[in-house]
Design a protein around this ligand. Structure first.
Ligand SMILES: [Zn+2]
Ligand SMILES: [Zn+2]
Length: 349
């Protein structure tokens, strides 16, 4: 079986994986079908990590996957061979204090696929065969494609961000940054009943996608840097802002556009940035982080299965997995690519 392994920055190899794990009760052996390349995978490929998180050993990348069940560890689990599933990469321990406090995304022993946060690193899911816990498997409807199933993970990130905002029904919302996460978030905001969704980015193609996902207004801040100024009158317009670009400027601009007691959720990872704290204090703005997800994964698959959110506008390219290097290069080109999906050789609908 082959896997996509990152050895160092710009050293990505499709190579055989000798270790084939045994199948225990409560587990499933799956054939990986589609894999979405995520921003974090790209960071490992381009820079060997992000912030303090660094590759210290070769690591299989990937955490956004769909699959087909090949073998069932114990028939009591309710799964059967041939079922098409989306696989949650979130593997909290269930026993630590944060798991007990209902915050499994903060699990102290989290084994999230393709993460160099702990050492030894948690190996990822871009491989032909994978053994998963049955609890990670979420069955796809006969009408949901394997490619859509691979997008349940980034969709979950947006759903959790909305949870952090505390609901968006009837709210005026600003989204800065329309990469895959920002655009899937826009689809979720639309489904969650946001009154107005204003999207901002530096790329026209990203904003075209934002429109298709449900943005009511879009602004290209490269062509029109002052476009958001109209929302700053009378102490600001938006009830909620989601910052999904990781840009310090976007966060600063957003703070001027959010009304008093508005909520700013930072989805993008931006490193160390300086912000006008006087605005946060003076307007009593709630600044909130959001990190991964856990229960939202099942919700994401359900929304896909019921066709509540159409994620297909976000999928820009599909590559055979053995062309991973080309796929990663393209995924890094934000002018051309939105979500790049790897095809592991399983036929879709
Ligand atoms: Zn992801
Ligand atoms: Zn835990």
């Amino acid at each position: 079986m082959q896997a996509i392994v990152c050895h160092a920055p710009k050293d990505l190899r499709v190579e055989p994986e000798a270790h084939v794990p045994a199948l225990a009760a409560g587990q499933l052996r799956v054939r990986v079908a589609r894999g979405g390349i995520c921003g974090s995978d790209l960071h490992y490929y381009q820079h060997g990590g992000f912030g303090a998180v660094r590759l210290k050993e070769p690591m299989v990348l990937g955490h956004e996957i769909s699959a087909v069940i090949e073998e069932v560890g114990d028939p009591q689990q309710g799964f059967s061979v041939g079922q098409r599933i989306s696989v949650s990469p979130s593997r909290p321990c269930g026993g630590c204090k944060f798991c007990h406090q209902g915050m499994p995304n903060h699990c102290l022993n989290m084994r999230f696929y393709g993460s160099a946060m702990p050492f030894p690193h948690i190996q990822g899911a871009f491989r032909e065969t994978l053994v998963i816990d049955a609890s990670q498997a979420h069955v796809l409807a006969p009408t949901t494609t394997l490619a859509e199933g691979a997008l349940a993970e980034p969709l979950s990130v947006g759903l959790h961000a909305i949870q952090r905002a505390g609901g968006v029904f009837g709210k005026r919302v600003l989204v800065t940054g329309c990469g895959p996460i920002g655009n899937l978030l826009i689809g979720s905001l639309k489904a969650a009943g946001a009154l107005q969704i204003v999207a901002a980015d530096l790329s026209d193609s990203a904003l075209v996608c934002a429109r298709r996902m449900g943005a009511s207004e879009t602004h290209n801040l490269k062509n029109e840097p002052q476009a958001l100024a109209r929302y700053t009158v009378e102490k600001g317009h938006f009830d909620v802002m989601f910052e999904a670009s990781g840009s310090a400027q976007a966060l600063r601009d957003g703070l001027t556009c959010v009304r008093p007691r508005g909520i700013v959720v930072t989805v993008g990872l931006g490193g160390d940035v300086s912000i006008p704290l006087n605005l946060v204090v003076g307007k009593e703005i709630d600044l909130r982080g959001t990190f991964r997800f856990h229960p939202e994964f099942a919700q994401a698959v359900d929304l896909l299965n019921r066709k509540v959110i159409d994620v297909t506008p976000v999928i820009s390219h599909t590559f055979p997995f053995n062309e991973a290097v080309q796929a990663f290069e393209l995924a890094g080109d934000k002018q051309q690519a939105m979500k790049v999906v790897l095809d592991f050789g399983v036929k879709d609908l």
